[in-house]
Design a protein around this ligand. Structure first.
Ligand code: DON
Length: 312
């Protein structure tokens, strides 16, 4: 991996530095997630952004090497790992339509017979993790191994404090899992599934780690070591679901402003993909009311405006 940190390194570096300057001048950063007590104390002024080219070259600015809680961003990787194993059968258990509802909503599940709208709302992510857990015996460990390999960072780890903090306030996720069990759409015991899911969400990563780990989606399914995880068609599918569902009930606004497949997490990170070109990760812990990083969306908006890189 070549890391370029000086402006003379060209291409993306001056763009990132300009964005960081603009963000630093922008007031109003939103508020860190407080429903997971261990995340509430994060500083909303923190800001980092990284771009990874397809060959593993990474450009970064600000707090781009600072680890943060990946949270829902991990749902992209569990989706890819499960899709690679079971293929289209997965779609009998989870849909791929935007929900138009908050990420932790229960309301659609009953009248849609326990089949979640998409793999990125919590209900859908629980189904995916459950199925990956059935196939691997250790969904969270499989995910961690994958992220370590793709980022080239063997030090990545779970944050057991964040996982425990969320488990202590996890009644809504427990309700979703039990409800789907009643429709036989969850295979594992609920406490075991929730343990896997909370540990999955707690993985600590930096912008550099996540930009690199996402690269297989810009390389049309090919991993860092040159082996293929997803078919070209499956990589397109994951990118499409990110575009339409990756930022929940703000997915339309995100597509309008940023114009890239993206996935947010309540840790304040957002990943984005420019297929065939590069991947991005931005982090700033202050969230809007829909759970997306305020400075993160603004920075991605500026990136696509300044570079012209977009899927549209
Ligand atoms: O299930 C939860 O509530 C969290 N562990 C993950 C939620 C999340 O990151 C939603 N993203 N915006």
């Amino acid at each position: 991996m070549v890391i370029m940190t000086t402006t003379s390194a060209l291409t993306f570096q001056p763009v990132l530095e300009r964005i960081a300057e603009e963000i630093a001048r922008t007031p109003g950063r939103g508020r860190p997630a407080d429903y997971i007590p261990a995340l509430a104390s994060r500083d909303p002024r923190s800001f980092g952004m990284a771009v990874a080219e397809l060959d593993g070259t990474v450009y970064g600015v600000g707090d781009w090497r600072q680890p943060f809680s990946a949270q829902s961003i991990t749902k992209v990787f569990t989706l890819a790992l499960d899709l690679a194993r079971e293929g289209d059968d997965l779609w009998e258990h989870v849909g791929r339509e935007p929900s138009g509802n908050p990420f932790n909503s229960l309301v659609q599940l009953e009248y849609e017979n326990g089949i979640p709208r998409n793999p990125f709302i919590n209900a859908g992510a629980l189904v995916v993790t459950d199925r990956l857990h059935t196939r691997t015996g250790d969904a969270a460990g499989t995910l961690l191994d994958f992220l370590r390999a793709e980022s080239g960072n063997p030090a990545l780890t779970f944050d057991e404090e964040v996982a425990a903090s969320e488990a202590g306030h996890g009644d809504r996720n427990a309700a979703l899992a039990h409800f789907m069990t009643s429709y036989r759409n969850i295979e594992n015991p609920v406490p075991e599934l929730l343990d896997q899911y909370f540990r999955q969400c707690s993985i600590e990563v930096s912008c550099a780690d996540l930009a690199l780990a996402t690269s297989f989606l810009a390389r049309h399914g090919v991993r860092a070591d040159g082996t293929r995880l997803l078919t070209r068609s499956q990589a397109k599918q994951v990118n499409a679901v990110m575009l339409t569902c990756g930022t929940y009930d703000a997915a339309g606004e995100f597509a309008y402003r940023v114009g890239l497949p993206g996935k947010s997490g309540v840790g304040g990170g957002i990943i984005a993909v420019v297929p065939g070109r590069c991947t991005l990760c931005v982090w700033s812990p202050g969230l809007d009311e829909r759970g997306n990083s305020v400075a993160g969306v603004a920075a991605l908006d500026r990136f696509t405006t300044l570079t012209g890189l977009s899927v549209f």
